[in-house]
Design a protein around this ligand. Structure first.
Ligand code: NAD
Ligand code: 2HG
Length: 528
């Protein structure tokens, strides 16, 4: 059956060409649905592609029973409830690079339009008024541009401003002295940037921390006559504070591409002659729209067909070459998780995963998520996946520790998983044997060699003559055929174990009878 793809915002036809070309994808383009209609229909779709208009809320996500991936053709994902998507195991991808250039060019266009009052002058001329006095601007040359947020777009804007012979000062929590020096710019705290600048441009994402970053207090420390640009996200600048700052002549100009509410409902700012504005056009170029749509289309195809993506927002992206190296361990790590869920008595409180041997040099995050998936899915169901495994573990208060060691006790690779519950600690280690697949090689402190597949019985007993025979006889009378049996002991007459692989799941009554045999301490059925 074909994957059902919904495109709910206008995307470039050339950009979605990869999706149209790929086999097994049925595309529905519906850009006029109301949120209610979207909620009614979303259950049928495997993938949803949006720009910034569609609000992918928790309510929508909760109805998205089949949804596996949300693709955002652009950078900002503030129109998508990421927490709700992660909780439901839906991967969110974006296209972070495709519109950087267009957004930077638009920022420069807005900066220059504002400085030279081009839109206002054009508007007057359109109204047949030849007025040269009212539209005297200021030069950019030798002025200081303050850049708040020096990521992809901020850095491109800084480089272009240098071309305009501006001095640039920037603030970004990740801006280092080396990077600033390389770009030929100054850097400082956000307050230092706001105080020093003649022009300010913001390029942060809209987050809790950046909402109203530019507020009344921020305006109060700026130079009189400062001009400000927002081509990032509405809400980074407090529009009400901006309105008053312009009215009081503190701010001489504002160039806005984005607004606290879009489409715009409050037009008060546009009544002010100091304001120039566009309706969120930063990424609206043929090149950017094609590029972002191609990027998300490719990620959607790749995720639905092979489970890999390049630009995940809620799951760390792992390069293809690295993925190819760790993929063979996926089954082993998930089965170790399931094995320990069955073996451990009680709720996991702490999970320690150690990667040894050649795994110590690899990116093992996906293996940890796979182990957690195995641990959690017995109780939480099949909706547990790579995207939400870590989230669900955190939500359940399970502490997850990952460690690496280059020594691996004779194995080329070894994954050791330890699960702590209120009743104790259980441990299992597994390896991938060259050409022979996965093996569990240690359970607690006992050495074993078990294929982690099918129905297993773990029996802990005291090492006494006749115990193994009694177990075999009892299972025989219960019609349970033993395929393989491993035994191990700590020392002669001490603690011992049996690991049996059986052809069908043992009945609860058979397990009870086994537990009642003399010298048997524990019987656990494990179904992998
Ligand atoms: N107008 C448009 O059409 C349009 C187009 C593309 C992108 N955008 C928006 O532009 C913004 C930047 O996009 P980008 O691709 O450069 O993103 P980016 O992730 O490359 O850069 C964002 C930078 O902001 C920094 N940052 C975060 N919190 C900060 C804070 N409190 N103070 C200062 N810096 C902070 C980050 O460290 C990062 O370097 C986003 O909000 C994006 O949605 C708008
Ligand atoms: O979809 C758009 O045109 C806006 C995109 C832009 O705001 C972004 O964050 O990438």
């Amino acid at each position: 059956m074909a994957f059902q793809i919904l495109i709910s915002d206008p995307l470039s036809e050339d950009g979605i060409y990869p999706l149209r070309q790929a086999e097994g994808f049925n595309i529905v383009m519906e850009t006029k649905w109301t949120p209610e209609q979207l909620g009614e229909q979303i259950g049928e779709f495997d993938a949803l592609l949006v720009r910034s208009q569609t609000q992918v809320t928790r309510a929508i996500i909760e109805k998205a029973e089949n949804l596996k991936i949300i693709g955002r053709a652009g950078v900002g994902v503030d129109n998508i409830d990421l927490e709700a998507a992660t909780e439901r195991g839906i991967i969110v991808v974006n296209a972070p690079d495709g519109n950087t250039n267009s957004a930077a060019e638009h920022t420069m266009a807005m900066l220059m339009s504002m400085a030279r009052k081009i839109p206002q002058a054009f508007h007057a001329l359109r109204n047949k008024t030849w007025d040269r006095k009212s539209y005297v601007g200021v030069e950019l040359k030798n002025k200081t541009l303050g850049v708040v947020g020096l990521g992809r777009i901020g850095a491109e804007v800084a480089a272009r401003a240098k071309g305009q012979r501006m001095n640039v000062i920037a603030y970004d929590p990740f801006l280092t002295a080396e990077k600033a020096e390389k770009l030929g710019i100054d850097f400082g705290t956000v307050e230092e940037v706001l105080k020093a600048a003649d022009f300010i441009t913001v390029h942060t994402p809209l987050l809790k921390e950046t909402r109203h970053l530019i507020n009344e207090a921020a305006f109060s420390i700026m130079k009189d006559g400062v001009q400000i640009v927002n081509c990032a996200r509405g809400g980074i600048i407090d529009e009400n504070a901006l309105y008053h700052a312009i009215k009081s002549k503190k701010v001489a100009g504002a160039a806005l591409d984005v607004f606290e509410q879009e489409p715009m409902v409050d037009f008060r700012l546009l009544d002010l002659p100091e304001v120039v504005a566009t309706p969120h056009l930063g990424a609206s170029t043929i090149e950017a729209q094609e590029s972002v749509a191609v990027d998300v289309s490719k990620d959607v195809i790749s995720f639905l067909t092979s489970g890999t993506v390049r630009n995940s927002v809620n799951l760390p992206s792992v390069p293809k070459e690295i993925m190819a190296k760790i993929e063979p361990y996926f089954e082993l790590s998930e089965r170790l998780g399931i094995f320990l869920t069955d073996l451990a008595d009680g709720t996991a409180e702490e999970v320690n995963i150690q990667y040894s041997g050649e795994l110590a040099n690899m990116e093992v995050g996906p293996l940890t998520r796979n182990t957690l998936k195995g641990l959690l899915k017995r109780h939480l169901g099949t909706h547990v996946n790579d995207v939400n495994a870590m989230y669900l573990a955190n939500q359940k208060g399970i502490m997850v520790n990952e460690s690496k060691s280059t020594t691996s006790r004779g194995f080329t690779n070894l994954i050791t998983v330890e699960v702590k519950t209120a009743k104790g600690t259980r441990k299992a280690a597994g390896t991938l044997l060259n050409g022979q697949g996965a093996r569990i090689v240690k359970v607690d402190d006992f050495i074993v060699d078990v294929v982690p597949k099918g129905h297993l019985l773990f029996i802990r007993h005291n090492d006494r003559p006749g115990v193994i025979g009694r177990v075999g006889t009892l299972l025989g009378t219960e019609d349970v055929n033993i395929a393989t049996m491993q035994v191990g002991r700590s020392n002669e007459g001490g603690a011992a174990i049996m690991m049996l692989s059986i052809d069908k799941a043992a009945q609860q009554s058979s397990l009870e009878q086994l537990k009642n045999l003399a010298e048997i301490e524990e019987v656990t059925a494990i179904n992998l």
